[in-house]
Write a protein of this length. Structure first.
Length: 276
């Protein structure tokens, strides 16, 4: 049964639920770096449908969304990340993603790079940027810094940090600042000190292995099929799991079963038709 809608609190800008102010925060890192770039519409539709379903069940949710897309110009990889800057109630329109958003981000990034090549000298150096662990570590660190500035009454009662990625730059990730060890230390700190829960959903990677490398429990990770149906199932299963988490019931042990089932079917089909 859906929760009763709360009253607006102008002091916080959030929705009060039963007068307690207890909110659940969902932090999303959506990173399109490989084949998922071609599935942009499916990613956006899947995410927005999930948010719409959650709205029907709960009003005591804050959504914080990072969108990241990677592409190339002059054979050099560029990455542009946009931060929504603030958590918004799930009922706000800004909790949704506009169609074509990732493509527009990449277009702007390419344009900026052509006009300001001097700003990318460090990025093109041997150290580089764009590795999977670098993206995860940087986004968690940014969220951590914002939380530290919160007043006690602004802090959500629980936080779930959800990573959805198809970034396969793992082998050379040690050249980046955020190595697996540094990310693991950060994840464990937030789990132990703040009670954060981390979820990792990956395409074209072994999500459980990557999760283990950075301290996320294997049961909180799932590899999904890099096709339209796989992306949709990803967000359907994620939304169902979030509903349980928001209610304080934890994460169901079978939350990713349908994701895994579709992946197996896609892999079997892939042996006949070729990979995504």
């Amino acid at each position: 049964m859906a929760e009763a809608k709360g009253q607006a609190d102008s002091r916080r800008g959030y929705l009060e639920v039963d007068g307690s102010g207890a909110m659940t925060e969902l932090v999303f890192l959506l990173e399109l770096s490989g084949p998922m770039v071609d599935l942009e519409s499916d990613v956006i539709d899947g995410f927005n449908d999930m948010i719409a379903r959650l709205r029907e069940e709960r009003s005591d949710i804050l959504v914080w969304l990072w969108k990241e897309i990677a592409g190339c110009i002059d054979h050099k990889k560029i990455t542009h990340c946009i931060d929504h800057n603030t958590r918004v109630p799930i009922t706000e329109e800004s909790a949704l993603i506009e169609q074509g958003c990732f493509t527009r981000l990449l277009t702007l990034a390419r344009q900026y790079r052509r006009e300001h090549p001097e700003d990318f000298v460090e990025q093109d150096s041997e150290r580089g940027r764009g590795g999977l662990f670098d993206s995860i570590g940087a986004s968690i660190h940014m969220a951590q810094l914002v939380h530290r500035k919160d007043r006690p009454e602004e802090r959500p009662v629980r936080t779930m940090f959800i990573i959805v990625t198809d970034n396969t730059e793992i082998e050379t990730a040690n050249q980046y600042y955020w190595t697996p060890d540094r990310v693991r230390e950060l994840v464990q700190q937030q789990e132990e000190e703040e009670g954060w829960t981390f979820i990792l959903l990956g395409a074209n990677i072994d999500a459980e292995q990557v999760a283990g490398d950075i301290g996320i429990p294997a049961e909180n990770a799932a590899t999904f099929a890099c096709d339209a149906a796989g992306v949709r199932e990803n967000f359907v299963s994620l939304g169902t799991m979030i509903c349980s988490f928001v209610k304080g019931a934890g994460i169901p042990p079978t939350w990713s079963a349908q994701i895994t089932e579709h992946l197996k079917k896609a892999q079997v089909a892939g042996t006949e038709r070729g990979r995504c």
